[in-house]
Design a protein. Structure first.
Length: 198
């Protein structure tokens, strides 16, 4: 003999709520449940609202409707080109085409960031005190290394750091303009630094 279980009052209330929301598959079939509820009225049935899709409908093979803008950091050339022109436009044009020869140069190849920063400060301040206007800072393009970490690392630490150093104190007041060098002076692995007069 099977023993019937009785429900606690709170479970019985939950059961009644659930049975009000269902419709029987076979209307004529007698109910064998001991916890019968009154027949379900159509007005009492809960109406379900389906969520609206966030993306518009598309079919396979359809062309993209609009390009999505990605918020990527600008390249070094773009960020340097976007900076306002502080020097004479004619001189700037000659400089970017490689027509002006740098009066001094420093090569930071193979140095760490800790070694390169004081050398760059010393070089720029000495060049300004000597009355030089256009100097070349060679950083190199950087080496491609194994990037096994979860955060991607940029290639060329010096290439990315030198323009920031040139804008910060103590070099910021001495520097008038920074641009990437022409190909004959190193291309994207070097920078023209145009200095202010003392």
């Amino acid at each position: 003999m099977t023993r019937r279980r009785s429900l606690r009052p709170e479970d019985e209330e939950i059961w009644r709520v659930v049975t009000r929301t269902i419709t029987p598959m076979h209307r004529a079939a007698p109910s064998l449940s001991t916890f019968d509820s009154p027949p379900v009225k159509p007005e009492a049935a809960v109406k379900l609202h389906h969520a609206q899709p966030r993306l518009p409908h598309f079919s396979l093979g359809e062309k993209a409707r609009a390009k999505t803008a990605h918020n990527l950091a600008p390249t070094l050339a773009e960020s340097l080109g976007a900076s306002p022109l502080q020097m004479d436009a004619k001189t700037h044009g000659k400089m970017t085409r490689g027509k002006l020869a740098p009066e001094a140069r420093i090569d930071l190849h193979g140095l760490t960031l800790a070694e390169a920063h004081p050398d760059l400060i010393r070089f720029i301040l000495n060049a300004q005190s000597a009355g030089l206007r256009l100097v070349l800072v060679i950083t190199g393009k950087g080496k491609l290394r194994d990037d096994t970490g979860p955060i991607p690392q940029r290639m060329g630490a010096l290439r990315h750091q030198v323009p920031q150093w040139l804008r910060m104190a103590p070099l910021g007041p001495a520097v008038l303009q920074i641009t990437e060098a022409h190909l004959k002076h190193g291309g994207s692995g070097a920078y023209y630094v145009y200095l202010r007069r003392r």
